[in-house]
Design a protein around this ligand. Structure first.
Ligand code: GDP
Ligand code: MG
Length: 183
């Protein structure tokens, strides 16, 4: 993709999964950093009907500086009305479920399939995320079964929390590294 200033690569990435699993919080945590607020800024006060885009650059371990162009669905996921052209242009996808929401885990193969169905010879790189890992007492999806699902779909898995800022940078770092290695 077209370069960003000071960056060798720009990767178009999206967070996909059921409504309320924490996609927006995860993206905001990554963009704002540990000290940042998860609340939308004034420009986000009135959510648009469309997609929202965030950006952040990061340096890959022993690699180049890359810019992540991060796309967030702003409620369309509720109605599954995301366009094929949106999926087709993604190079990386965070498939997000909520570890306290069993249904959101069961829907992961559907989200994966929706993206795959649009892809040409260049397949997006996927990473499975079990989000809200801070809610340990309410957990109803084990790390082992998520690990098994990820393996069966051919992707890596990790658990994240936007509240604790746990593994947030690592998740994006891992995805970007895998994308870069597949170029
Ligand atoms: P989206 O619909 O997937 O974009 O989900 P949101 O980011 O809007 O989050 C849905 C709800 O989950 C909100 O009430 C968030 O505050 C909450 N949430 C998001 N991430 C986390 C997390 O890591 N831990 C906890 N405990 N709650 C979270
Ligand atoms: Mg959202």
């Amino acid at each position: 993709e077209r370069g960003a200033p000071g960056c060798r690569y720009q990767f178009r990435v999206a967070a996909l999964g059921d409504a309320a699993v924490g996609k927006t919080a995860l993206l905001r945590r990554f963009v704002a950093g540990a000290a940042g607020s998860l609340e939308p800024g004034p420009e986000r006060a009135a959510p648009t009907a469309g997609l929202e885009c965030y950006g952040r650059a990061l340096r890959l371990p022993a690699g180049p500086r890359v810019k992540l162009q991060l796309w967030d669905t702003a409620g369309q996921e509720r109605f599954r009305c995301i366009t094929r052209s949106f999926y087709r242009n993604l190079v990386g996808v965070l498939l997000v479920f909520d570890v306290t929401n069993r249904k959101s885990f069961e829907h992961i193969p559907d989200w994966h399939q929706e993206v795959l169905a649009t892809q040409g010879p260049h397949r997006a790189i996927f990473l499975l995320l079990g989000h809200k890992s801070d809610l340990e007492s309410a957990r109803c999806v084990s790390a082992q079964e998520a690990e098994a699902l990820a393996a069966s779909l051919g992707m890596a898995f990790m658990e994240t929390s936007a509240v604790n800022n746990c593994n947030v940078d690592l998740a994006f770092q891992t995805l970007a590294t895998a994308i870069q290695q597949a170029l």
